[in-house]
Write a protein that binds this ligand. Structure first.
Ligand code: HEC
Length: 281
């Protein structure tokens, strides 16, 4: 009989492997219990417990909350306020368990490395997890004897924790903060009254989520800086038409702002036309 594998032994010969498998089979025959009905029974009981907990929570939620929107019971309101598609102050944020990915996205800047951050790193991590059983074939299970795995796991947990924390506390450029910049813009660009109104709208309705303007905003999705867009020679009307329906001008990334109404579009157009960059206005 082949000597069985010593604990923690790295090199596994085929012979040892077979001997180990044989002993495992014998063990199962002597002391094992078949999957059906034993494990099935455990799974069924556990599933029932989970379903009962969900039903119980649903009852608590339903019977402690009121008919009115925002009338919250122990587990939140039955109805939330209706969504407002025209909102100008909504800051989109993911659920907390996605904060780490959300923060990765902020570290990687468009366009050079964003694919690495969104697709690359998570995919690499998943592939590593999948191939792990094929790479690490040692039988050692004691934590202290597996320093590489333990350190790697701790590093992953720590970095996810830090990223989650950073994501949770990340400061968004809120519309309100951007509006405070309008005075400065007016001075630099020499904006007219209507230009200032347009600038205020520009700061409020989310243009700065993709575009930058005199150092404000975050560059996203390849949107250009608009500080000197007025120097391109387009008229206010042309800008309004563009912002109303960017898709008509071959821009399928930027949303249509037609629903903002003619007056908003007109003021935005004037603002953009007057934005000729520092010293150009
Ligand atoms: C979701 C991102 C996004 C938002 C939000 C957005 N844009 Fe854009 N915008 C883009 C992209 C991307 C381009 C460049 C498209 C191209 O080059 O084909 C662009 C182009 C433009 C251009 C043309 C620039 C040029 O070089 O001619 C103007 C003007 C413009 N945007 C104004 C606005 C205004 C005003 C708002 C807010 C009302 C806004 N954008 C909101 C993504 C966005």
């Amino acid at each position: 009989m082949v000597e069985l594998l010593p604990e923690g032994e790295k090199v596994v010969s085929n012979e040892q492997e077979r001997a180990y498998f044989k002993r495992y089979k014998e063990d199962v025959r002597e002391r094992g219990k078949p999957f059906f009905p034993y494990a099935m029974f455990h799974d069924t009981v556990m599933s029932l417990v989970v379903v009962c907990v969900i039903v119980a929570l649903t009852c608590v939620w339903y019977f402690t909350s009121g008919e009115e929107a925002g009338d919250a019971g122990i587990l939140g309101p039955r109805y939330a306020d209706e969504a407002d598609p025209g909102t100008t102050s909504f800051v989109p944020r993911p659920d907390w368990y996605f904060y780490f990915l959300f923060y990765l996205l902020r570290i990687f800047k468009w366009p050079d490395s964003v694919i690495l951050g969104t697709v690359g790193i998570p995919t690499i991590a998943l592939i590593l997890l999948l191939v792990l059983p094929f790479i690490d074939r040692r039988r050692e299970r004691r934590i202290l004897r597996r320093p590489v795995a333990v350190v790697a796991a701790l590093l992953v947990i720590a970095s996810m924790g830090i990223l989650t924390y950073k994501g949770a506390t990340a400061k968004e450029s809120l519309a309100g903060e951007n509006v405070e910049l309008v005075d400065e813009w007016a001075q630099v660009q020499g904006l007219s009254e209507e230009g200032i109104e347009g600038a205020t709208l520009f700061a409020q309705i989310g243009c700065l989520n993709c575009h930058t303007y005199l150092g404000a905003g975050t560059p996203n999705l390849g949107a250009p800086d608009l500080s000197e867009i007025g120097a391109s020679g387009q008229t206010a009307e042309e800008f309004s038409a563009y912002v109303a329906n960017p898709a008509e001008f071959g821009n399928n990334v930027m949303p249509s702002y037609e629903s903002q109404g003619e007056e908003v579009l007109r003021l935005l157009g004037i603002f953009l036309e007057e934005s000729k960059g520092e010293g150009g206005g």
